[in-house]
Write a protein that binds this ligand. Structure first.
Ligand code: FAD
Length: 233
């Protein structure tokens, strides 16, 4: 792999639920990123075998650390290392920030963000960065199997004065849950002003992104649609 890698250390690890964890990496010489970008992570085994995987940056831009939200994929080489084995102080390598298209540098128009599961990761960075600019609206839809997978729910629901956060639970629906349920469908977008939004970002597994594209192209014709696919079985 022909690119510069920074030395990094795990400085915190938070288990969110049975599938997700949030890892903070302190990165030597880090210079920040544009929300929406990802990094290539390189793990090196004792026999010098190297495994590379891309992960979206979930933290707000800064020059000290990045956070990555990892979904544990059963039998997955790198995601199970992070979820099951990794510990504070572990060392690894992180590339410079990558990706020039799925980015939200300055919010100057209203946009829609649509996430499936861990696909919320790049949007966490965009949303945290957005709070300084309240002029334009960022509308977030998040589909998750369960409540605990709705990462940052408490913060997002509190900051929801403009009613622009739409959480959905598809499987383990808690008692008294009054927000969205069920898989993504065209009805979810009916309330939105179709002329307002200028870009639509979609992120999640291949299957999720494909499904959403079908619906979105019909609901919002002539809008720019940007996709980030995390892979699938
Ligand atoms: C641009 C980009 C950004 C990404 N950002 C994130 C992120 O923020 N968080 C995150 O958790 N992942 C992200 N991914 C996916 C990540 O790079 C890995 O593919 C994922 O963690 C699986 O790696 P692994 O080594 O654990 O599994 P592997 O050992 O590579 O694969 C094991 C098995 O799982 C299947 N598989 C691989 N990925 C998935 C998946 N996402 N869903 C279901 N099955 C899968 C494979 O087909 C294979 O059969 C991103 C991918 C891309 C391309």
């Amino acid at each position: 792999m022909n690119q510069h890698f920074f030395k990094a250390k795990i400085s915190s690890k938070k288990i969110i639920n049975a599938e997700l964890c949030l890892i903070r990496l302190s990165v030597d010489g880090w210079k920040g990123h544009i929300p929406g970008q990802y990094v290539e992570i390189c793990l090196t085994a004792q026999n010098d075998y190297k495994a590379y995987r891309p992960y979206s940056i979930a933290s707000k831009p800064n020059n000290k650390y990045i956070e990555i939200l990892i979904e544990r994929i059963p039998e997955g080489e790198v995601s199970t290392y992070f979820y099951d084995i990794s510990d504070i102080g572990d060392e690894l390598l992180v590339s410079k920030p990558l990706g020039q298209f799925f980015i939200l540098p300055i919010i100057d128009k209203d946009v829609i963000l649509i996430a499936g599961g861990s696909g919320i990761a790049p949007f966490m960075s965009m949303i945290k960065n957005r709070y300084s600019n309240k002029k334009f609206q960022l509308t977030l839809f998040h589909w998750s199997k369960n409540f605990s997978g709705l990462v940052d729910y408490d913060v997002l629901i509190k900051q929801n004065e403009k009613r622009n956060y739409y959480p959905y639970i598809t499987q383990e629906i808690p008692d008294k849950w009054s927000k969205g349920t069920g898989r993504i469908n065209i009805k979810a977008f009916e309330k939105l002003n179709k002329n307002l939004y200028h870009k639509i970002f979609i992120c999640g597994s291949d299957t999720f992104v494909e499904n959403v594209n079908g619906i979105i192209k019909e609901t919002f014709p002539h809008r720019e649609i940007l996709n980030e696919r995390f892979g699938d079985v």
